[in-house]
Design a protein around this ligand. Structure first.
Ligand SMILES: Cc1cc2nc3c(=O)[nH]c(=O)nc-3n(C[C@H](O)[C@H](O)[C@H](O)COP(=O)(O)OP(=O)(O)OC[C@H]3O[C@@H](n4cnc5c(N)ncnc54)[C@H](O)[C@@H]3O)c2cc1C
Length: 496
């Protein structure tokens, strides 16, 4: 589908050679401007949208990042930050007249402070590498996106990423204590630090989840947690989705916070089992994976409680992991659900929305109706404990019009999430994917105030423009703007 992005700046394109030369003076060994070598950067995980950047710059130090940003600011050149490029919402989609600032060379763990249980890392370090670095000391970094082997902590900060264990241990925002941030003007800020108590305004809270629109993260301080003494996972099968949903509600209602509580529908179970052989029951309509952790006695007690609640809600099968290896196999199927979908369909489109848990059966029923209406299959995996849905819409990009149908289907699912009292995104961010749906959730007043925050950090709107905000107002107007009755002033201004 044609995506409306900021109008390319003809003046910038005309100066490409001079821009590349200037950037090369700042990062002599880290500028890519050759056509074919730019190809790997033309999209992120949202592969439906592609655009080669004008130039890629791979800085290695904060000073280089600051110099690149300050130069681009002074010369009116747009910049798109990029980590590993696994974003599913197009957050790292390049611009034809923009610099793609790749943070891959920021790949060092700078310090592990064991007494304080924190690690200070560069943003290009992968999520899983943090745990790998500290696991011998019995510690780990809790947020665990399924992409954790590849995605970077800088990308996680920008997207406020989650994972199956975030129900109990929180999202990235709950596990990041501080960042070093470079603004578009090239100023270096430190927000938060090793301590738990933030000083001054909680700007760290503003920056986590800001999708690369406010500044470039050059250092991250994360909280490390002690590995739980025991962890057990339960595979619980149900003959209908309603009972599975009710079981989830009753587990939470009983005051139990599992380390993870995931649900897969019949189609997802079959796809994952064929791919991984996790031992999932194939005769169920819904499968819950519930992980309990903590001291052994507590864990054993909670396993019993969850099993009792599951059986009271008509569970047709309950199986507990015997050891850590089997627990890992239980999770392997769920974590491979996306690639498993890739084996049953030439293409799939992964959605990400959140609903109140109790509306799950209704949302699934309406999703089935939409599936019939659009003539496209859908399989469902959810972070059931926090109501975060990941419907995977199955389509074939080689068939005329199917991509557009998949996108239209996806938009209807997200509108449905908002309609039942949920939100447009759970953890994948807004990016370009959900940008134009933002008005279904936010009023013009809400959006204007959010953009004022953007203007405070990046008044020239040069950092990652075209993402998140459906209408980008010039900051000068916005500063004076008062939105009354939802009527935006200055309708004559160019909108994205
Ligand atoms: C198979 C698969 C499974 C996934 N599973 C999950 C999941 O379980 N949970 C989840 O939350 N997400 C998941 N994702 C989405 C994705 O992995 C996350 O959004 C991740 O945080 C992106 O990290 P990245 O390093 O790839 O960032 P990119 O894709 O490179 O960038 C993402 C955004 O962050 C910005 N950015 C990157 N680095 C910086 C920086 N240093 N400073 C400022 N801005 C920056 C970019 O501009 C962009 O807006 C999955 C993706 C895939 C492909």
């Amino acid at each position: 589908m044609a995506l409306c992005m900021p109008e390319p700046d003809a003046g910038v394109l005309a100066r490409r050679g001079a821009i590349v030369a200037a950037l090369r003076r700042i990062v002599p060994d880290g500028v890519i401007d050759d056509g074919d070598c730019l190809a790997p950067y033309e999209c992120d995980g949202l592969t439906a949208y592609r655009q080669r950047p004008m130039v890629v710059v791979l800085p290695e130090t904060t000073a280089q990042v600051a110099a690149v940003l300050a130069w681009c600011q002074a010369n009116g050149v747009k910049v798109v930050p990029r980590g590993a490029g696994t974003s599913l919402s197009g957050g790292a989609l390049p611009l034809v007249d923009g610099v793609l600032l790749g943070m891959a060379r920021f790949n060092r763990i700078l310090e592990v402070d064991y007494p304080e249980r924190v690690a200070v890392v560069q943003p290009g370090v992968t999520n899983l590498a943090i745990t790998r670095a500290v696991e011998d000391a019995g510690l780990y970094y809790a947020p665990d996106p399924s992409s954790q082997i590849a995605c970077t902590i800088g990308g996680n900060v920008a997207e406020n990423s989650g994972g199956v264990h975030c129900l109990k241990y929180g999202l990235t925002s709950n596990n990041v204590l501080g960042v070093e941030l470079v603004t578009m003007e090239g100023e270096v800020l430190r927000l938060g630090g090793k301590g738990l108590e933030p000083q001054g305004l909680d700007l760290l809270g503003v920056v986590v989840g800001s999708e690369g629109l406010l500044g470039v993260v050059t250092e991250v301080t994360v909280r490390l947690l002690p590995k739980p003494e025991t962890a057990k996972a339960l595979l619980i099968g149900f003959s209908n989705v309603e009972s599975a949903g009710q079981c989830v509600a009753e587990v939470i209602g009983a005051g139990i916070i599992p380390a993870g509580m995931e649900m897969m529908d019949r189609e997802a179970v079959h796809a994952a089992e064929a791919f991984v052989g996790a031992g999932y029951p194939l005769d169920v309509e819904a499968l819950l994976i519930v992980e309990l952790d903590g001291p052994e006695a507590e864990c054993v007690h909670l396993v019993g409680e969850v099993e009792r609640i599951a059986r009271a809600n008509g569970a047709v099968s309950v199986r507990a992991s015997r050891d850590d290896a089997e627990r890992a196999v239980f999770w392997a199927g769920r974590k491979a659900a996306f690639p498993a979908a890739g084996r049953i369909s030439p293409d799939y489109y992964c959605m990400d929305g959140t609903i109140p848990r109790r509306r799950l059966p209704e949302v699934l029923r309406r999703m089935k109706e939409l599936s019939a209406q659009f003539g496209l299959g859908v399989i469902n995996v959810f972070h059931a404990g926090d109501g975060n849905l990941h419907p995977l819409i199955l389509y074939d990009a080689n068939r005329d019009g199917e991509l557009e149908q998949a996108e239209a289907f996806g938009a209807e699912i997200l509108k449905l999430c908002v309609e039942v009292g949920g939100v447009l995104t759970g953890e994948h961010g807004v990016g370009v994917e959900k940008r134009d749906l933002m008005p279904t959730m936010f009023t013009p007043v809400d959006l204007a105030h959010q953009q004022r925050v953007k203007c405070a950090f990046d008044p020239s709107l040069l950092l990652n423009p075209g993402k998140v905000f459906p209408q980008l107002h010039r900051c000068a107007e916005l500063g004076r703007m008062h939105v009354h009755g939802g009527q935006l002033p200055h309708p004559e201004l160019p909108r994205i």
